[in-house]
Every structure is written in structure tokens, then in C-alpha cells.
Design a protein around this ligand. Sequence first.
Ligand code: ADP
Ligand code: MG
Length: 350
Amino acid sequence: MDIFNVREISFNYKNGKKAVDRVSFNVNAGESLTIIGTNGSGKSTLLYLLNGLIKPLSGDIKIFGKDGHAFSPELRKRISLLFQDPHAQLFLLSVWDELCFGPLQLGLGKEEIHRRAEDVLRLLDIGHLKERGPWDLSGGEMKKVAFGTCLSINPDVLLLDEPTTGLDPRSQVEFVDLINELRQAGKTVITATHDLGIIEDISDRTIVLGEDHRVLLEGKPWDIMENTDALLHANLIHKHVHRHTWYVHEHSHFGTHEHEHVVLNEVSDASSIKNEIREAAFRMTDLEKLKKLLAHWAEHNEEHAKTYLEWAEKAGESGDKEIYNILKEIAENTKKLDGLFEKARKIVGK
Ligand SMILES: Nc1ncnc2c1ncn2[C@@H]1O[C@H](COP(=O)(O)OP(=O)(O)O)[C@@H](O)[C@H]1O
Ligand SMILES: [Mg+2]
């Protein structure tokens, strides 16, 4: 069953700021979708639209097969939004009251309300916060409590806006585990995030929003993660320039130090290097420089070989057989150097 059918929706804020532009997608029951995009690409706005908080200016949204009517009580029961900023979610005098508020609005009996609040305290391991005021919690605790208010409603669909942003590493892992428990329980989960490190862990499908507020790409999270061009274009990763003392190389930054391509060139703009480093480089003997360079080549040889092979494939795809052949040969020969570089690494490492 489709939970959401989103057709060509657009939204501008009152100040004329475009936030969502002709976005379309479907979400099936039980699916876990991630929406990634850089700051300002429209992730939060899209979640507000899915939650019926705001209405699209054009296009349409069907929710559970019906036209999405904002604030219908039925929707409040079935869809819950975790706001990016937990301050937007919490407004009562104690954590306990916060957890009881949603179920109370649903008209449940007192016993059931308390049972749900207790369940959530246990699930999120926040029993010790029960009597605390939400305003004096840490950022991470507040986020957990805000998440708890979504869970105590026991909705079918969870819309999570940057659930792991700003959390310490352990809490991040806890959130990822929790999202997976919700998936296993059959919930539909839509998570907006710019944390690329979690999309493969928590979702079956990923939508990439571009800086133009349109869908740039949609696919399996693992395929998206390999699409460096799209991620660079969406400003989700950046080319990182390393300044070694006498040359520069460039690669895209990706959590691990994956080399997309490597450019070695003379540093022409010497002023961009801090003076002391330049002086240190200047004092190095030629032999020391050579050793450094050799160590660098040894370290990156495998990636260089891969890059040549990628270029070869690109040349092949564009039909240039000659360049394809020569690059392929270069790649193969580069790979053969691995043993030699290993030897060199041992010598210069001494
Ligand atoms: N309340 C608002 N009023 C005016 N512009 C807004 C408002 N909220 C967001 N925007 C603008 O809409 C665009 C999309 O914002 P948002 O949905 O918050 O993006 P994201 O969640 O991906 O960072 C941005 O350009 C942002 O500045
Ligand atoms: Mg946002």
C-alpha cells in the first residue's frame, strides 16, 4: 500500500524563498526512505508538507491514498514528526508530561497513557529524566525526549528531521539502532539527514535533493554513496585540497580518505602556505623530499591505478579506443608497481 504519493509539489515561503520545487516520489508502507541534501535544500520543508503542517502551492500529495488534508485527526494518530530542533517539540513542565501529552490528545485512558509513557522511558533509557523540565536537558537528551513524544503516539509513519545531528557518537548509534527497530516493527520511516554515514544503515532508498530544491537523484543508498559526482553536485561532499609542502593534491572528502582523482602539481601560489611550513620544506634536503614523495606515491599507488582504470572506462564509453588502450595499459603497469612501492616504503620508513 502507498503511504505517500507526492506529485510535482512545490512550496515557497511567504518571503518568496523557494524551498521545494516540483518534487515527486512514492513511499510504500513499511519502507524506510532517507532524504539527503545540503542545508537549505528543502528537507525540513518537505517533511512539513508530508506531515500536513503546510500545503503545497502546486502539485498534490496523497496520504494513505487520500488527498492530504492538513491536521486531520486521523493523520495526527498515524504520522508523527520529529522536528529538527527539539525546542519546537517540547513545551510542557516535565518529560513525563511531554510523553503523556500525545496519547492524551488521542483520547486514550489514563492507564494506557501511563503504560505508553513508561514504555518509551524504558525504550529510550531516559527513566532518570522523567521528572526533569525539558528546558534544562542537554541537546542529546532533549532530542531523545522529543523522539519519545513521537513514539508515545505509536504512529504508523515516522518523519525524522536530522535525528542524529548534534548527538555524541554513542547516541548516534542508539538512534540508528532505534530506527532499525522501528523498521522491524513494520513502521514506515522517512529520515531527512545530511549524515551520509547512516543512510545505508537505516534506509532502503534515498532521495537526493539538490541545491535547486529539486530531486537530483533517487536510488539505493549504496549506489548513491558511490555516485561521487552527484554528491559533489549536491554539495554533500567537497573536494578537499591537501597542501603538502611542495605539491598539492586534490581529492573528494568522503569520511574515509577515498581518492577520486589525484592531481600533483607544483605549488605556484607559495603565499598560501604558512611561512614556517615553507621554511621547513626549504630546509629539507633533497633526499628527504624524495623520501617523502616516494612514501606518498607508495601510499596512493593503488588509488592511482584505480583512477587510471576509471578514466580508461570513461574513454571507452566515449568511444576513444586509443586512449582507452593506453590508459588501461598504464593502469595495469601501475598496479604492477605495488611490490616495488612496498619495498620503497620499507626503505624510506627506516
Ligand atoms: N520559515 C521560513 N521562512 C522563510 N524561508 C525559509 C523558512 N524556513 C526555511 N526557509 C528557506 O527555505 C529553504 C529550505 O529550507 P529547509 O527546508 O529548512 O532546508 P533544509 O532542511 O534542507 O536545510 C532555505 O532556503 C531556507 O532558507
Ligand atoms: Mg532542515
